[in-house]
Design a protein. Structure first.
Length: 214
């Protein structure tokens, strides 16, 4: 699965940006509050507008403080998958239950420096695991291959979660991520920096399939 990240799109033309990646599996939306990460992007009103502009399932990654308070609103708005950070969530299981009750899939994310082992039992309550392969907050960073050990750990444990990776995914890195067992690849500049974003999505998907088969 390929999930283009609109963090790398033109924020003045987001509806066109969603149309440009028709054929993508998910549309990845980074919500940042300027507190949990040192950047400020968009919030619920923009996500609500995006949901009206596209039929691509919207994947909301909440890089925010107090996700216990805010996450459910994104599910109620119609987001397909809503991911919160384990470093910010006070009651992650309660959040997951609320997201699912509101009709969304529930995701849990870990920063590059956060070990996965203490949270393995939590993942029984979640649908997706988002492994950050850059420090969250800004696009265009270099991929951190060491985080693939977390992907391998999740796969070895046989966890019933879709494993997503976010950060530095491009033609040079996607195959090694696929080899580690990643199911869904968030790609920003590799898609929106291309002349034809839809073709870039298709090319990345082909590469991921080759990597997963090797």
């Amino acid at each position: 699965m390929i999930a283009p990240s609109i963090l790398s799109a033109d924020f003045a033309r987001l509806a066109e940006a969603t149309e440009a990646v028709r054929g993508a599996d998910w549309l990845h939306v980074d919500v940042m509050d300027g507190h949990f990460v040192p950047n400020l992007t968009i919030g619920l009103p923009v996500v609500q507008a995006l949901l009206k502009a596209t039929d691509i399932p919207v994947d909301c990654h909440l890089m925010i403080d107090e996700p216990d308070r805010w996450a459910i609103g994104y599910a109620e708005a119609g987001a397909h998958n809503v991911t919160v950070h384990v470093e910010a969530a006070r009651e992650p299981v309660k959040i997951a239950d609320g997201l699912r009750a509101a009709g969304a899939k529930a995701g849990l994310s870990v920063k590059p420096g956060t070990p996965l082992e203490p949270y393995l039992d939590l993942l029984a309550h979640f649908d997706t695991l988002l492994v950050m392969s850059v420090e969250p907050g800004f696009g265009g960073q270099d991929f951190m291959p060491a985080v693939l050990d977390k992907v391998r750990l999740a796969k070895r444990r046989g966890l019933d979660v879709l494993v997503e990776i976010d950060g530095g995914i491009n033609a040079d890195t996607i195959e090694q991520a696929a080899q580690a067992g990643v199911d869904c690849f968030v790609a920003g500049s590799a898609v929106y920096g291309a002349d034809d974003p839809a073709a870039a999505v298709a090319a990345l998907r082909d590469q991921a399939r080759r990597g997963g088969a090797s």
